[in-house]
Ligand binder design. Structure first.
Ligand SMILES: [Zn+2]
Ligand SMILES: [Zn+2]
Length: 302
């Protein structure tokens, strides 16, 4: 008798536990440690506070980390990466909050692929922080905020466009929210595009050619536009969107993403046997950075 009561008790507890874990996931979805507080976002405070903004010197135009002698910059601190020195970007400036790795990458994936929508408000606040350097521009004129669109089939499948959720959350968090006019239906993705992974820069441009269109050109004519996306990887997508918006009459296009792939940094890690010790330090790092930048330029040749 006592045994069966015990069993029933255990089962009842198990049921309650599993119900609880369904309603409130008990582990941090990034590090796996138990969550102590019930929160809509199943990520622990340590993982959130571990996500840091990009540090070090970045290109004033595209936001790429600049490592070599180019990092000097002029008196106003303006510096261009070798790519931006060579080619004219269709946008004025691209800003990003953090590097696309670690916890930030995980958090974006939780939103995008696992539908953890409360992540959008955290990501939106990060995007808003990245926008602050652009505020002197945005204080002058009202800004049309355009999220990079998904193709309608993909949007239906996912149920939302992560760029739009992030843009909304950023606007809500901003002191300039009255100057930001969200326009999620002005730019359209008119066809499905393949993944950009593994394509050369030429193939990436071809892949996206004609994939975007402006539905209501009158709405963008003469406007300052802020294009928002979750990640800036190679810049091909935001560049193509910017070109299309400019062609439709936008005065200037600014780009903001939550995260950005730092190409040079990832190439460093990919090079075997390259280990800059603190003593050999800066010179070796500079030399490698220049080699990598030269290679980067090679890939841009038509
Ligand atoms: Zn955690
Ligand atoms: Zn650049």
């Amino acid at each position: 008798m006592s045994i069966s009561l015990g069993r029933a008790g255990t089962m009842a507890r198990r049921t309650a536990e599993s119900l609880f874990s369904v309603l409130f996931p008990s582990e941090c979805r990034i590090c796996g440690l138990p969550l102590l507080n019930i929160s809509r976002l199943p990520v622990c405070p340590d993982c959130l506070s571990g996500i840091e903004p990009v540090s070090g010197k970045v290109c004033s135009i595209c936001g790429e980390r600049v490592l070599s002698a180019f990092a000097e910059g002029d008196v106003e601190g303006f510096r261009e990466c070798p790519v931006c020195r060579r080619i004219e970007r269709p946008f004025e400036q691209a800003v990003a909050y953090g590097s696309y790795d670690g916890g930030l990458r995980e958090l974006i994936h939780l939103l995008k692929y696992n539908g953890v929508s409360p992540a959008a408000s955290v990501l939106g606040r990060m995007l808003e922080e990245a926008l602050i350097p652009l505020y002197p521009v945005f204080e002058q004129e009202k800004v049309l905020v355009i999220p990079v669109p998904l193709y309608k089939g993909k949007r239906r499948q996912r149920g939302f466009n992560q760029a739009e959720l992030i843009a909304r959350a950023a606007r809500k968090a901003s002191t300039l929210r009255d100057r930001f006019e969200l326009a999620p239906n002005v730019l359209l993705r008119t066809r499905e595009t393949h993944s950009q992974i593994g394509l050369t820069s030429h193939q990436r441009r071809e892949n996206l050619r004609g994939a975007f269109a402006v539905a209501r050109a009158a709405q963008v004519t003469g406007r300052e536009v802020l294009l928002v996306d979750d990640v800036y990887t190679t810049g091909t997508t935001v560049s193509e969107c910017s070109r299309v918006l400019r062609r439709a009459g936008a005065a200037r296009v600014w780009v903001a993403t939550v995260a950005r792939t730092q190409k040079l940094a990832s190439k460093y890690l990919g090079i075997q046997g390259f280990n800059v010790s603190k003593s050999q330090g800066f010179h070796a790092e500079n030399e490698l950075a220049e080699k990598l930048e030269a290679r980067e330029l090679e890939t841009l040749k038509p």
